[in-house]
Design a protein around this ligand. Structure first.
Ligand code: NI
Length: 201
């Protein structure tokens, strides 16, 4: 159902607000070629421009409205190396405010792999168990071009590795060691699947 038509003045005011507020972007789904492409580094001249800041804000708004914890630029059909993420309180870990990481590099600090459930806004409805490195170091830039450096563990490290993969055209399905855990979200909730099954392969 559509909203009733707004009077012309109200429509103009709404248009002004929309033009400065972050936009809701379309999230592309698996099958769109951009999800299988290697994204380009953000060019130096883009830093500290409204263009990059706006893309960052649009990514964050879209991620939050779609109930995601991460969203990479290729998922909104922008072939650029940046992503948004945030962390709600999870397993006692502190919340992290929505953050944009531009031109990231990842170094694995603790190569021990931990299994955990993942889903993806570009693969709606499905979840699967994915092994990820337990601890990573991330270096990158902010949208203003400032250096950004952080260490991430556990779920934090998982989210960043998932988003980083999108920049190289990799999705979580590619990282699964077996498809046996692949589950629709509804069934996941219904059967209260909480722990990855031991992998006997
Ligand atoms: Ni994803």
């Amino acid at each position: 159902m559509l909203k009733p038509a707004a009077p012309a003045a109200a429509a103009r005011a709404a248009a002004r607000i929309v033009s400065v507020e972050p936009r809701l972007l379309e999230v592309v789904r698996l099958g769109h070629p951009v999800l299988r492409s290697v994204a380009e580094p953000v060019p130096e001249e883009w830093f500290a421009t409204g263009r990059l800041e706006k893309l960052g804000r649009d990514l964050i708004r879209t991620m939050l409205e779609e109930d995601g914890v991460g969203l990479a630029a290729p998922q909104v059909a922008e072939e650029l190396r940046l992503f948004a993420y945030w962390l709600p309180v999870h397993d006692g870990e502190a919340e992290i405010e929505p953050t944009i990481v531009v031109n990231p590099e990842i170094r694995v600090v603790d190569p021990v792999l931990e299994e955990g459930w993942e889903g993806c806004l570009s693969i709606p409805g499905l979840r699967g168990v994915v092994p990820r490195a337990r601890r990573i170091k991330v270096r990158g830039r902010t949208v203003d071009g400032e250096a950004l450096s952080l260490t991430a563990d556990g779920f934090h490290a998982r989210v960043i590795q998932h988003e980083f993969d999108h920049l190289d055209g990799v999705v979580f399905l590619d990282r699964m060691t077996s498809t046996r855990s692949l589950t629709f979200e509804e069934e996941w909730e219904r059967y209260r699947v909480t722990d990855p099954e031991p992998d006997d392969d």
